[in-house]
Design a protein around this ligand. Structure first.
Ligand code: SAH
Length: 350
């Protein structure tokens, strides 16, 4: 199926150029962005200040909507998971996480994932394709439709399905739209991109804006990380951390958020906890412990409460900033690593 180009795939600057090449005033691009991103309207017929003629000619060539809502599930804790369908029928999941002082949207960057991390449900799906910029951005638009005015999305994390750095051009364009004053006008520090550790792409990502970087570490030795994150065989821990040290040194930017999924009997020993601080020396770090969320494709489990607590205390005692990420939306399979397009409602039934 031949797809029409989508307005949301283009930066506002590029739209200005396209429109002026066709004899329109470039400012029309700013007006279009106002409708698409600020007012959340993507029906070209409704863009009344564009004039009938321009509206007509735009509608002949362009699409402005990339994703339709296919289903929504609400957790008892307020977390909302949505399945969104692209024009080619591909489906992805986005998760909205309301907290006291913020509302975070977790977006996907690929249909499935090629990284095959052994503890992740998306990894078990395999990889289908990259999402376009419009498909990344439309997750924000559709989820904003759901969350409404009173629950404004304040933070966006690229932590849904897929590996963002394997779809870097689209991810960077999406970040640019999120922070553009004429589009979503978000502060860069409210955006976080999480990577499994694709070393050669990290600097390029961070050069695009002062956003937060999250790195999925999950282990303190290559032997263990090789098993959990197959990409580690190509970019081992030392290479990853050396690159982060190099970037930090150049940019003195914000701390790196290290995600550490705690798995019983695999990476939860006191020795692991004690190894973290020396390993991360020289990198401004925050460690985020995530007790393993269970899913049907794995027998791996979270450690006991005591083991988690012990791990946390050792890490904190070694001087690192560390937090424990409480699972959100567990009852609807919306927690970290659970996004695998299981039928909505299924988890609630058992
Ligand atoms: N591919 C990127 C983006 C996904 S982010 C990355 O790996 O960083 C999703 C986060 O949830 C990652 O830190 C991932 O390792 C973690 N995760 C995956 N499966 C999980 C599970 N079953 N329980 C807890 N965390 C998990």
């Amino acid at each position: 199926m031949q797809q029409r180009p989508n307005l949301k795939d283009h930066s506002i600057e590029h739209l200005r150029e396209l429109l002026s090449a066709q004899g329109h005033v470039p400012y029309r691009a700013d007006q279009i962005a106002g409708w698409l991103y600020q007012r959340g309207i993507d029906d070209l017929d409704c863009m009344t200040d564009l004039g009938v003629e321009l509206r007509g000619s735009l509608a002949e060539t362009w699409d402005a909507r990339a994703l339709e809502l296919s289903g929504v599930d609400r957790s008892q804790d307020g977390t909302v998971k949505a399945v969104l369908r692209a024009k080619d029928g591909a489906e992805i999941e986005s998760v909205l996480i309301p907290e006291e002082d913020r509302t975070t949207l977790c977006v996907s960057t690929q249909v499935g994932c090629a990284m095959a991390c052994s503890f992740c449900a998306t990894g078990a799906l395999g990889f289908s394709r990259n999402l376009s910029t419009a498909e990344i951005i439309d997750q924000v638009c559709r989820m904003r439709d759901i969350s409404g005015e009173e629950r404004r999305i304040t933070n966006v994390v690229f932590m849904g399905m897929g590996e963002p750095l394997l779809n870097l051009p689209a991810v960077i364009e999406a970040v640019q739209l999120l922070i553009h004053p004429k589009a979503f006008a978000m502060a860069p520090r409210r955006i976080t991109v999480s990577t499994v550790g694709l070393v050669p792409k990290i600097a390029e990502l961070l050069a695009c804006a002062p956003i937060n970087l999250a790195v999925s570490l999950h282990a303190t030795t290559d032997a263990v990380r090789d098993r959990l994150v197959p990409l580690n065989r190509r970019y081992p821990i030392a290479d990853l951390l050396d690159e982060l040290r190099r970037i930090e040194f150049v940019n003195t930017r914000r701390p790196v958020f290290f995600e550490y999924t705690l798995i019983e009997g695999v990476n939860d020993s006191p020795e692991d906890a004690a190894r973290l601080a020396p390993l991360l020396a020289g990198i401004p770090s925050k460690v985020n412990l995530i007790p393993m969320n269970p899913h049907p494709d794995t027998t791996l489990r979270a450690p006991s409460e005591q083991a988690i607590d012990r791990f946390l205390r050792i890490v904190a005692g070694s001087g690192l900033r560390v937090t424990l990420r409480r699972p959100r939306g567990e009852d609807i399979d919306a927690a970290c690593g659970q996004l695998a397009l299981r039928k909505l409602g299924e988890a609630l039934a058992g």
